[in-house]
Design a binder for this molecule. Structure first.
Ligand code: PLP
Length: 384
């Protein structure tokens, strides 16, 4: 067993060795610029880019012409939201989103507010899911776009994208979905889902960092104003020389996800459930977020012990993610848990991945119990 045990797979994943293998030739002999169509170097790179585009499109059941390469989900969110809000003939200046979105959505919305747009930030229910009636009530005749993530990166809850999208479509409102945490964990069928724009990234699905894509629906001729001007790459939507090796890596990791998701998800669920089974008798632990409508690999726990800030730094054997209600600690308070009304405790996000083993989970349980008991010893548990 190697230490620390990596249990932070929602922050990023290690690269699958098959992805590295696929990328390597495009860092060495196949170095051509995919835009150099006059010679073989460029044509080889261009073919690789288009094959990867088809692989990414296939995982979400889209047409490859609907996939635009970006540097990751942050850029995709910026392009989708600013691009739609600032497109010529946008039908208004109002946008709708959730308080529990990723900062790449929330900070983009704040920037639009600064530029004179109006944004409604909806609070979710206690379990982290948005109420459909509340969402519907927020939609207005001047709403140009709504943005709701498919899977929350902190608590792993799955929003009802089909129902939310249908409410937008009835009203002619564009619907954007940040799916950075969903690929390889949930089937996504854009031929069926009423979604106009979807942000994707490679590095949460065993691919390289710094590459992502934005899905832009063709059939409704969704208009997005470019945010990056230059050589007119990607049909003018996103200029910049394509990062062939990164793109090949994203194609390969999405291909593997499509092939292995059906067998991988139950394995991840079993590991996550084993982790929780080893901890759940500790009465000061509580799960944040709905446990049913949740991806298979996520466990997000509140630790209701006083003065537990030092807990995270003492977790030497595992690598996990933590937030704290008290900003004096090393970790920042979480805007997601605050929106859920869960602000009184240290929280611990444990996310398992493709390369975790049962032995690692068992060790993590022993280690966590030991550290939690140390931290709780002589201290009073706060109200759970
Ligand atoms: C990781 C993440 C992002 C940011 O993606 P990058 O590719 O790192 O820019 C955006 N949204 C969600 C939900 C994420 O989990």
């Amino acid at each position: 067993m190697k230490f620390p045990i990596y249990l932070d797979n929602s922050a990023t994943t290690p690269l699958d060795p098959r992805v590295v293998e696929a990328m390597l030739p495009y860092l060495t002999q196949h170095f051509g610029n995919p835009a150099s169509t006059t010679h073989e170097f460029g044509r080889i790179a261009s073919r690789a880019v288009e094959e990867a585009r088809a692989q990414v499109a296939a995982l979400v059941n889209a047409d490859e012409r609907e996939i635009v390469w970006t540097s990751g989900a942050t850029e995709s969110n910026n392009l989708a939201i600013k691009g739609a809000a600032c497109a010529p003939k946008a039908r208004g200046r109002h946008l709708v989103t959730l308080q529990t979105e990723h900062k790449a959505v929330l900070d983009t919305m704040k920037e639009l507010e600064r530029l004179g747009h109006e944004v409604t930030y909806l609070a979710p229910e206690a379990g982290g899911l948005v109420d459909l009636a509340r969402f519907e009530a927020a939609l207005r005749p001047d709403t140009v776009l709504a943005s709701v993530m498919l899977v929350n990166n902190e608590i792993g809850v799955i929003q009802d994208i089909a129902a939310l999208g249908a409410l937008c479509r009835e009203r002619g409102i564009l619907f954007h979905v940040d799916a950075a945490q969903a690929t390889g964990k949930l089937p996504i069928d854009l031929a069926q889902l009423p979604v106009d724009l979807m942000s994707l990234t490679a590095h949460k699905t065993y691919g390289p960092k710094g590459i992502g894509a934005l899905y832009v629906r063709r059939e409704r001729s969704v208009r997005v104003a470019s945010q990056m001007h230059g050589g007119g790459h990607e049909r003018g939507l996103r200029s910049g020389t394509l990062a062939t090796h990164q793109i090949v890596g994203m194609g390969e990791c999405f291909r593997i996800a499509g092939m292995e998701m059906a067998s991988e998800v139950p394995r991840l669920r079993a590991l996550r459930d084993r982790l929780w089974a080893g901890l759940r008798d500790l009465t000061y632990l509580r799960v944040n977020g709905d446990m049913e409508r949740r991806i298979a690999n996520n466990l997000n726990l509140s630790v209701a012990l006083e003065d537990c800030d030092a807990l995270m730094t003492s977790l030497t054997d595992i690598a996990a993610s933590s937030t704290s209600a008290c900003s004096s600690g090393s970790a920042m308070p979480s805007h997601v848990l605050q929106a859920l009304g869960s602000i009184s405790a240290t929280t611990l996000r444990l996310t398992v991945g493709r390369f975790n083993t049962e032995e690692e989970i068992d060790h993590a349980v022993r280690h966590l119990r030991h550290k939690l008991e140390q931290c709780g010893a002589g201290k009073r548990a706060t109200a759970a």
